[in-house]
Ligand binder design. Structure first.
Ligand SMILES: [Fe+2]
Ligand SMILES: [Fe+2]
Length: 272
């Protein structure tokens, strides 16, 4: 199959085995011209359907219970599945990408599939099946606002994947405290991969600007709709991981201060 058939299988077939299809099946010699294709929502089998039902992420204390641990990993796995589908959508939305660009996104997608499987298998060991809890479509909801690849990498790599550095680092410690070293190792592996995914996004954005110091502005300008840089941060702030991803201190500080400066402005307004 060609790369578009690979992406279509992920988006337009509903089984978990379709979402996890191996990228080894892609024949890169097989090039065809493809029109851009936008899918309203990915096709998903019954148990994988999006749900509007809101469920709470288990607190640290609750995670002593294995079922609750499974629920936490269920949240993480859902994010991985959404990332897989969003990357497949990007391949179909921007069919004019160079082969090297497509290969880079396919490689990232393959790593998201690996993350999904790691979380999936561990949650099974806790007695939880994927689809046992409602699956939200939050990340996907930004897909219909993305018009170009700069917006795509701003949303997926420099916002959601960047926030994942903070979440992965935080929960790595939580699972270590619980002496669940298997879950710790999974989060550690995801974390290391996500550092590279953020780095790839940074490289893609830098291609469009002359001055690397303009990266923060360029990123902010490419966030569509109501999305703000506040979404690029998680529970704690992992400066180290961001440095490893190649982001410079000025960018990192702009992000770290983003909400704070917003709050200060608000406070001033309150006083006046
Ligand atoms: Fe991932
Ligand atoms: Fe990722």
């Amino acid at each position: 199959m060609n790369v578009f058939e690979f992406a279509s299988t992920i988006l337009l077939k509903g089984g978990l085995e379709d979402k996890l299809i191996s990228s080894d099946l892609i024949n890169w010699e097989f090039r065809i011209k493809q029109e851009p294709l936008r899918v309203e929502r990915p096709v998903r089998n019954d148990k994988l359907q999006f749900s509007k039902e809101q469920i709470k992420f288990p607190g640290k204390g609750a995670l002593r219970d294995l079922k609750q641990r499974g629920k936490a990993l269920h949240f993480f796995a859902n994010h991985e599945l959404l990332a897989i589908e969003m990357m497949a959508q990007a391949l179909l939305l921007f069919p004019g990408w160079e082969e090297s660009q497509q290969k880079l996104v396919v490689r990232t997608l393959t790593e998201e599939q690996k993350h999904f499987k790691l979380y999936h298998d561990r949650m099974n060991e806790y007695g939880v099946e994927f689809g046992d809890y409602p699956l939200n479509s939050f990340f996907w909801s930004f897909m219909d606002k993305i018009e170009n690849d700069q917006q795509f990498f701003s949303v997926i790599s420099l916002t959601f994947e960047q926030a994942n550095l903070d979440f992965a680092k935080h929960y790595m410690q939580v699972f270590k405290d619980l002496e669940d070293f298997k879950a710790f190792e999974i989060l550690n592996e995801v974390y290391e991969d996500e550092v590279r995914h953020v780095a790839r996004g940074r490289t893609e954005l830098l291609k469009s600007i002359d001055d690397p110091n303009q990266l923060w502005q360029h990123y902010c300008q490419n966030l569509p709709g109501v999305l703000t840089p506040a979404r690029a941060k998680g529970i704690s702030f992992d400066r180290d991981g961001r440095r490893k991803a190649g982001l410079d201190d000025s960018y990192i500080s702009s992000l770290e201060g983003y909400n704070n400066s917003f709050k200060i402005t608000q406070r001033k307004q309150w006083k006046s």
